[in-house]
Write a protein that binds this ligand. Structure first.
Ligand code: MIG
Length: 678
């Protein structure tokens, strides 16, 4: 059951697609301390668990920390990071008594602060900074059969926010990326090495270096002489390019995208509502399309044609929090402040003040308060509003612009699209990657714990930069992370320009990486099938154990094992120099050990067991009475052959969803093939 409560005059967020009547009574759980600004409190039990919140650090159980929903550019995020790139305001409070378990969604465009039992162990406090909020309370349905309350609440939530984005089949293949492929030759080299080393691959990402002076929708023809020819050539080997597009448009006379934006008033304005707001990003001084407006989205979306005309069907959207290195204003303020230190004898205090100044222009709240966006309010009014009040919608609206544009440009094809910033609602238009992480073991752990929350919030197509974006990835970390990446819908090896070169063929144990990629391709039809089913049925592709084994208190507490699709349980190794780990089995299962491109199965019993997981193997488990099909490994998604398969697990059969990998007409009926044991 879903109840909706309205507080204040909200900006239309488009997060929820289902029309629901607002209730007039008091909110069902907790109580509203203030209406404007909105503040809700709830008293938890000692045992209450909290799931959700999408892209956020720490555990699958979010209890015990303060999170802030505020799309942020947070390279090297860690346990103390309050805000990530996305703002996803959905939570489930799991109570001992099922009747008290409920989901809650705060539908608002502005910042939200979630104190989830931090100040006081048992008290939850949620406050919304501005613009009003619609609150949805979701309780489990009575007639849901065997479905757990957690799955059921999530399903209802996902129904009202609309179906999750489904990429084309090739988007599930392996992606190789690096901020540092500067020329056509660099890209060809990656492909050549993959072929030479028999390392399967589906796509290569282009980072900002392919552009002319970091200008969106431009191509540096000195470095990429003929992008169309290149993409054609790669496609002969079944490989596709995925270029990046940034949110900021370079301010430069004569650059058509900038000039069109300026002439038509498409850019975000200063508070005078007239002058274009200018801030520094990659290309230097830039303007920002006001993605909250549908006419601007339509204009920007059409621009992708520059790249689709070159045979490109996949994109990543970056810097759309929006990230800003400085604004005209904050830069001149900082420079003025620097002046004041001239000739001074800097003691410790003034030296600290001095060091603060250089960072005082980067992604600053004071800058987000210096410009505005044009929005429509729930009461029909259209007007400019200060950016900080609607900040969390910006990145997601860029994804929408791209998605709607691509839809028109390529009417018969699904395209690949993922973004850095996001809000709920954007999950209908694209996926996300989780931004600039580091080559650290605890960032692998962080991803394991983050993915279930993202799935709850509809972002099924997601994944982290494998091996870490920054810093130096060791071979062992890379192997473990790739082994985990096999099970994430977005599987991409990406790195910063100054990170260790970590293309798989640059390591010593190329054979191990080959075997891991063979597993990915062997499982690709299963991953795709389970993903599409999850999207269509409003389910999660990746779940905490407690969602499947709700009665099992142990399972409910496990935060480093995952359910992947209908049949797989995973217990990844995420610590250095550990070659096995204790795994909790909520039921008897089948253990699958994948090594050298082949697998072996054995039985494991319910309970705790130490399982060996050598570096050269990927180990996963199949649930009791389930079967998971493994196909012949192949080199890319276009050469997957689904006629010969083996089933792992003791289940009798698997129902495989199949389509041509591109169709926009998604339905399960008539597309399920029964794979039985033979
Ligand atoms: O400020 O385009 O998260 O994946 O390689 C860095 C360069 C800008 C941030 C993205 C990262 C990308 C990088 N970008």
């Amino acid at each position: 059951m879903i109840s909706k409560y309205e507080f204040g005059n909200t900006v239309i967020t488009d997060c929820v697609v289902e029309k629901l009547e607002a209730s007039s009574g008091d909110i069902k759980f907790g109580f509203v301390e203030h209406k404007e600004p909105f503040c809700w409190t709830y008293k938890m039990d000692d045992k209450t668990k909290i799931f959700g919140l999408g892209e956020a650090v720490r555990g699958m159980d979010k209890r015990g920390f303060v999170y802030e929903s505020w799309c942020s550019d947070v390279p090297g995020q860690h346990e103390g990071t309050k805000s990530m790139y996305g703002a996803h305001n959905f939570l489930i409070f799991k109570e001992k008594v099922e009747n008290f378990t409920f989901g809650i969604f705060f539908d608002t465009a502005s910042k939200v602060i979630f104190d989830l039992g931090f100040e006081k162990t048992n008290i939850v406090n949620v406050s919304v900074a501005d613009t009003g909020v619609n609150v949805y309370i979701i309780t489990p349905e009575k007639n849901r059969g065997k479905e757990s309350a957690l799955v059921n609440i999530t399903r209802q939530f996902r129904r009202i926010i609309g179906q999750s984005y489904i990429p084309p089949f090739w988007g599930f293949g392996f992606q190789q990326s690096r901020w540092g492929y500067k020329t056509e030759a660099d890209v060809k080299e990656v492909l050549k090495k993959h072929i030479e080393n028999k390392l399967p691959i589906d796509s290569i990402c282009l980072d900002i270096d392919y552009m002319d002076s970091y200008k969106d929708f431009s191509i540096d023809e000195n470095k990429f002489k003929n992008l169309g020819a290149l993409s054609k050539e790669l496609l002969n080997d079944g490989v596709r390019l995925i270029p990046i597009i940034d949110a900021g448009v370079k301010l430069e006379d004569g650059y058509s995208v900038y000039e069109e934006g300026r002439e038509n008033n498409y850019f975000c304005k200063k508070l005078d509502e007239k002058t274009d707001y200018v801030a520094g990003v990659w290309p230097g001084r830039s303007c920002f399309p006001d993605f909250l407006r549908s006419d601007v989205r339509e204009w920007f979306g059409k621009k992708y044609q520059k790249l689709t005309d070159n045979g490109i069907e996949g994109f990543w959207n970056d810097m759309n929090e929006p990230a800003m290195f400085y604004s005209d204003e904050s830069l001149s303020e900082a420079l003025e402040q620097f002046e004041t230190f001239k000739g001074q004898n800097l003691d410790i205090q003034s030296f600290f003040e001095f060091t603060k100044v250089s960072g005082s222009t980067f992604n600053q709240m004071k800058d987000y308060k210096r410009f505005c966006n044009k929005v429509t309010f729930a009461n029909g009014e259209e007007k400019y509003i200060r950016h900080d009040k609607i900040h969390n919608l910006f990145g997601g609206k860029m994804t929408q612009a791209a998605s709607e544009g691509l839809d028109k440009l390529l009417p018969d094809h699904r395209t690949l699209l993922y973004s850095r910033a996001s809000c709920i609602g954007a999950h209908r238009y694209g996926g996300i990657w989780t931004g600039d992480n580091n080559a650290r073991w605890n960032h692998l752990e962080q991803e394991i714990k983050m993915l279930p929350g993202l799935n709850m919030c509809g972002f099924l197509y997601s994944g982290a930069d494998i091996g870490g974006f920054s810093e130096l990835a060791g071979e062992d970390l890379m192997i473990r992370w790739m082994g985990f990446g096999v099970f994430t819908p977005l599987m991409r090896n990406h790195a910063a320009w100054d990170a260790r070169e970590k293309e798989l063929y640059k390591f010593e144990k190329v054979d191990v990486f080959r075997s891991i990629l063979q597993l990915r391709y062997s499982l690709l039809p299963y991953i795709y099938s389970e993903f599409v089913k999850a999207s269509v049925k409003n389910e999660m592709f990746i779940r905490p154990l407690g969602f499947d084994f709700e009665e099992d208190e142990r399972a409910m507490e496990i935060q480093d094992q995952l359910m992947i699709g209908d049949g797989i349980m995973l217990a990844p190794v995420y610590k250095q120099n550990e070659y096995g780990r204790t795994v909790y089995f909520p039921e008897n299962m089948t253990k699958v050990v994948w090594k050298n491109g082949k697998f072996e199965c054995s039985k494991v019993r319910k309970g705790d067991l130490y399982v060996k997981m050598p570096l050269d193997s990927v180990v996963f488990f199949v649930r009791n009475k389930k079967a998971v099909p493994l196909f012949e490994p192949c080199n890319n998604s276009s050469s997957v052959k689904t006629d010969s398969y083996k089933l792992a697990g003791n289940g009798k059969s698997y129902e495989l969803y199949e389509d041509d990998g591109f169709t926009k007409d998604i339905h399960l009926e008539g597309r399920i093939r029964n794979l039985s044991r033979r």
